[in-house]
Design a protein around this ligand. Structure first.
Ligand code: SF4
Length: 430
């Protein structure tokens, strides 16, 4: 589809949630607390598998291209009723370049649910978003999920293993929550999830499995038991042995911190590697315990993904609210895994206006140079931007580069560094 040669029109919703375009204004974007016009070169058609959200009690902000000013759209001429802002929750494997531009009708609104709110506009009979495909891997492409096969396979696997509590838990994740990783497990392909930990030693603002009453709604039910190494290996070994581009990953959205279950995970990895050397064994983690990371690497862990909202300590601590560790421990874990020959990715929460600030890039370059980490996963930060920036006491440093420019500069400085969206399948998992 040919990219528009002009900025698409703003879209808004009425009280019934019906979405319309408003040709009087162009779509606008948001970076940090700044609203700005969108560059047509940043636009792609709304990817298949994306969703559109109507934002309660929030007004759309558009760009008046003639007056070159931002305008809050609070009513539609000649129409009655409230106007609502619209945002896109873009499909996996796509990274946002600007968030949706909206203004709260009043300050003390409850935070929006934990999704990424990307800008969206309308032009030439299509919705357009400022984003790019950051990973060509099709493991979570909507069109490749055969729901009939998923239901059939999940149900039969659950029947076959009534005493494996983890299969029963993941069966619910597949059928009830539609978790793409759980669905891939039951389709016997790509990356499969291995949640293990009901507990966590952080209190992330945007935790999707555990939230305080006044927080945004948690989108996942947290696992309530610690599976045995045999229950874990019972799922992992057949997957590692026969799935195409097989990866098994500890550290899922439906659990706390897996490093708190290091002994259980170590024993399960030993069982896996006794049975097969095939596939990649990965750990998604807050990397709070360097010694535990060393233990798991010795047992056969191949790769580790460290989640990160910001590499700047004050924003990191304000977001993670760590209980018994600091960001220094996180960097020490990264070094420990690299020094032991493991593969390390960052699960970098992309938040335009913060992630692409010069200060952020400078500190990130220092940490990449210091640790030798291998890969950056460009994930959209699933969080209400107003609530988040307020909670971390964000103050604009005055110079942002744009997400694409930031990536270009990192690639130039670190030619070895890989970029994507998913945990890479390591051909020769060491
Ligand atoms: S580290 Fe993970 S489980 Fe723990 S609070 Fe943060 S998001 Fe939640």
């Amino acid at each position: 589809m040919k990219r528009p040669n002009q900025i698409p029109y703003l879209v808004y919703a009425d009280e019934k949630g019906q979405i319309f375009d408003f040709p009087g204004l162009r779509m606008a974007g948001r970076s940090g607390n700044l609203f700005h016009p969108i560059q047509p070169t940043d636009l792609i058609p709304l990817p298949e598998g994306s969703e559109l959200f109507v934002l309660p009690d929030r007004l759309p902000v558009g760009w008046d291209s003639e007056k070159d000013e931002m305008v809050v759209l609070d009513s539609i001429p000649g129409q009655r009723g409230k106007v609502r802002a619209v945002a896109a929750f873009i499909a996996p494997a796509h990274t946002q370049l600007a968030m949706a531009a909206f203004q709260r009708e009043k300050k003390d609104l409850p935070p929006l649910p934990l999704f990424a709110y990307t800008a969206v506009g309308w032009y030439g009979n299509s919705f357009w978003v400022p984003a790019f495909r950051s990973d060509l891997d099709i493991r979570q492409d909507a069109r490749h999920f055969d729901l009939t096969a998923i239901r059939k396979n999940t149900t039969s696997r659950m029947k076959e293993a009534p005493h494996n509590r983890l299969i029963q838990h993941l069966g619910r994740c597949s059928l009830t929550y539609g978790c793409p990783a759980a669905k891939n497990l039951f389709l016997n392909r790509y990356e499969a999830p291995l949640p293990t930990s009901p507990a966590c030693n952080a209190r992330c603002l945007g935790c999707i499995s555990l939230q305080p009453p006044n927080g945004p709604p948690a989108t996942q039910e947290r696992i309530r038991f610690v599976p045995t190494p045999e229950e874990i290996a019972g799922i992992a070994i057949p997957h590692l042995k026969q799935a195409p581009r097989a990866i098994v990953s500890f550290g899922q959205g439906c659990e706390g911190e897996p490093l708190l279950q290091a002994e259980t995970i170590k024993s399960s990895i030993q069982l896996m590697r006794k049975a097969t050397s095939r596939g990649t064994i990965n750990l998604n983690t807050n990397a709070s315990r360097p010694r535990a990371v060393e233990l798991l690497r010795e047992a056969g862990l191949n790769s580790m993904r460290i989640s990160l909202n910001s590499i700047r300590e004050h924003y990191y601590h304000a977001y993670y609210r760590p209980v018994d560790y600091t960001q220094k421990d996180v960097i020490a874990s990264c070094k420990a895994m690299k020094e032991a020959g493991g593969f390390v990715s960052l699960n970098y929460f992309i938040f335009p206006g913060l992630t692409d600030e010069v200060q952020e890039l400078e500190r990130l370059e220092e940490v990449i140079a210091e640790t030798g980490l291998d890969f950056i996963q460009l994930r959209n930060h699933n969080i209400d931007p107003d609530w988040y920036l307020n909670e971390i006491h964000y103050s604009y440093s005055g110079h942002r580069l744009g997400i694409k420019t930031m990536i270009k500069m990192l690639k130039k400085r670190f030619p070895h560094l890989g970029f994507g969206y998913f945990n890479p399948y390591l051909e020769k998992a060491e």
